[in-house]
Design a protein around this ligand. Sequence first.
Ligand code: FES
Length: 352
Amino acid sequence: MSDQHEAQPGHDVAIQDVAIADDNAQLPARFENPGLPAHHHRMGDTDPIAARRAERQVATLFLISMVATVGFIVAYFAVGDHDVVFVPGMGRIGAQNLWFGLTLGVSLFCIGAGAIHWAKTLMPDEEVIEYRHAMRSSDEDRDGAVATILEGGASSGIGRRPVIKYTLGGALGLFALPLGLQLVGGLGPLPGKDLSTTMWRKGLKLMRDPELTPIKASDVTIGSVFHVMPEGIDKVDDILEEKAKAAVLLMRLNPEDIKVKAELDKGYQGIVAYSKICTHVGCPVGLYEQQTHHLLCPCHQSTFDVTDDCKVIFGPANRPLPQLAITVDADGYLIAQRGFDEAVGPSFWERG
Ligand code: FES
């Protein structure tokens, strides 16, 4: 053990001399045990038979792990890819996967259990104290370091050769530019209007997701909720990006329950469509409480009141969910009157 550490046989002995050993320290040089419980030795520390027993237990766990790993290799070669077995409660499952899971699980468990048992029963159980010394170097060392740097500067002659000094500065300064360009360029193109717009346009049908079938107003009964995407979402190149912005929840309320006239006007006979992207940090607002007409974001529990233009009634979001104005076409299918009147999702710098 180094001079920094000292075995501490028990907490019943007062801890001494633990204060920072700084010549100038104003801290007290010693303090009493603040009340730590007395240290108890384990059986293996005092009884060699118990220690040997623990050793055998640890070795047994490692041996079981080895057997399980061999079982995994055997299963890899002996069990066919398409073999299935019936497991009560789970039904028919792949035999190979079952053996892989079992053998690998047992193997890893026994390694972990063996290591923990080893640490708890056989590894050193001494408690130590560590003397803390000041991190600061002595004045002598510090002066020496400064002198070395100054001496290096003087011997390089850089003070007497300004041309070298300035050209070196220029070379190093310019060298940083490509790195900076790479860093900034690596952030990709500017987003432009991507954050403010979605692919919703006038006349686009509201489509069930994931079937992508159009929805008639008569399909939307009171209390029902539809996860909706714009018509043509499956044809765009960056489908994931568009889906992440354009997702909409469609619900039908009793028109008398809607408190805000603008919400009624943007809806159709009590059917209303709101962005599904939470205005906090953009999680999908996934839960609709039929009885209360509340939409709930599972990420941080922001709650929006659908009867009150999706205003925030709880949680960290600070803007209502944007509403998509909808109507029906000649065949009774729900369509968008236009795109969203505002950006969907969380705040960003350029947002008004
Ligand atoms: S993302 Fe919805 S509450 Fe945080």
